[in-house]
Design a protein around this ligand. Structure first.
Ligand code: ATP
Length: 359
């Protein structure tokens, strides 16, 4: 297996930059998810790594080999990159074993050797004994595993996943997520996994690259993305974070600041070195909002909606003095917040969005 290095990667279509100055180092054996809203450039990035698109600027290296730069472009079939597509792309007239072994047949690999590699690949994806079936007689999850085995049999340097679970139902997605995680652990394959589903990215990836309008917005572990978003886009995109205007009053110690937000003072987490300033922003998660006790500082407003979620309700709240701000939080049963009723919330904590990226 090999790592992957992108340096200043840019892809323009005419004067539109679909991918702009993206630099990422994926370590050997790492599971990287590339996450972002529709049109942010995820598929273009994958196509650049696979070799289906030529770079406009920058360089791509797989292991120690440069495969794309302004001057040259190694063709897809010479990159040893495996791809698992969302629509499986299996040949219906071939058996599972024939689908998996097709690339070996084309490469004229000896029959006994090919059989061994096909059997090994079937075992890696837990499909022992199904080699003689046709794709039509498999479930969606099994077909996706055949696609995975077919890409593994060619011993790729790295494997790209292009929204592989997008066609599966919710239960099967969860089961396949577990399978992908187990597969990664077993094989140590370097994986780049494109998805717009953040729960999937969070569950699977060592690190996540969040893209926004062709640029890399943040590259971090799932936990860091959630608790320390680098900018307002990441804060609101990940787990529906609420981004609120704030004023930094004092910096309490190296990791905390006192801020004023929605008329309330609160101590939030922050990067070391933050200074008092106006026009700041904080990111507040649903778990950072609580009902204010009598005599506590808080935000007055009204409950817009209370949606039952099984064991808890999602409460949507509008502050009276800031009618354009939408807050939401979870209330466990029994739920005292009814739609239309007045309420008082307290912001209990949050994260100061770093100075250099605040709007
Ligand atoms: P989705 O999640 O919807 O698949 P994405 O993040 O994968 O989106 P891309 O498919 O990479 O996004 O597209 C990024 C942008 O580049 C889009 O605005 C798209 O219209 C544009 N784009 C992609 N391919 C081409 C092309 N061949 N010619 C012109 N524009 C393109």
């Amino acid at each position: 297996m090999a790592g992957l290095s992108l340096a200043g990667v840019t892809k323009s279509f005419g004067d539109f930059d679909a991918v702009k100055d993206v630099s990422i180092d994926v370590k050997d054996g790492e599971f990287l998810a590339v996450l972002g809203p529709s049109g942010c450039g995820k598929t273009t990035l994958l196509r650049l790594v696979a070799g289906f698109e030529k770079l406009t600027a920058g360089e791509i290296r797989i292991g120690s080999d440069s495969v794309s730069s302004g001057e040259f472009n190694v063709p897809p079939e010479k990159r040893r990159v495996g791809i698992v597509f969302q629509n499986y792309a299996l040949w219906p007239h071939m058996t599972v074993a024939e689908n998996i072994g097709y690339s070996l047949k084309v490469a004229k690999v000896d029959r006994a050797e090919a059989k061994k590699r096909i059997d090994d690949a079937l075992a890696l994806v837990n499909l022992q004994g199904l080699g003689e079936r046709r794709p039509a007689n498999l479930s969606g999850g099994q077909r996706q595993r055949v696609a995975l085995a077919r890409c593994l049999v060619a011993a790729p340097s790295l494997v790209l996943f292009d929204e592989p679970l997008a066609n599966l139902d919710v239960h099967l997605r969860a089961a396949m997520e577990d399978e992908f995680a187990a597969f990664h652990e077993r094989t140590g394959t370097t994986i780049v996994y494109i998805t717009h589903d953040q729960a999937e990215a969070m569950a699977l990836a060592d690190r996540i690259a969040v893209m926004d309008k062709g640029r890399l917005a943040q590259l971090a572990t799932p936990r860091e993305l959630y608790s320390e978003p680098a900018n307002a886009m990441v804060a609101s995109f990940i787990a529906q974070g609420m981004v609120l205007p704030a004023k930094v009053l004092t910096s309490e110690d190296s990791g905390h600041c006192r801020v004023e937000a929605l008329g309330q003072e609160v101590v939030v987490r922050c990067r070391p070195g933050e200074r008092p300033r106006d026009n700041a922003q904080i990111c507040v998660r649903a778990s950072d909002l609580v009902a204010a006790e009598a005599g506590e500082q808080g935000v007055d407003g009204s409950v817009k909606r209370a949606v039952y979620k099984g064991g808890a309700a999602r409460i949507e709240f509008v502050p009276a003095a800031w009618p354009d701000v939408a807050l939401h939080f979870e209330q466990r049963e029994p739920n005292p917040f009814e739609a239309g009723s007045a309420a008082r919330l307290r912001i209990a904590s949050g994260w100061l969005i770093p100075a250099e990226s605040a709007a």
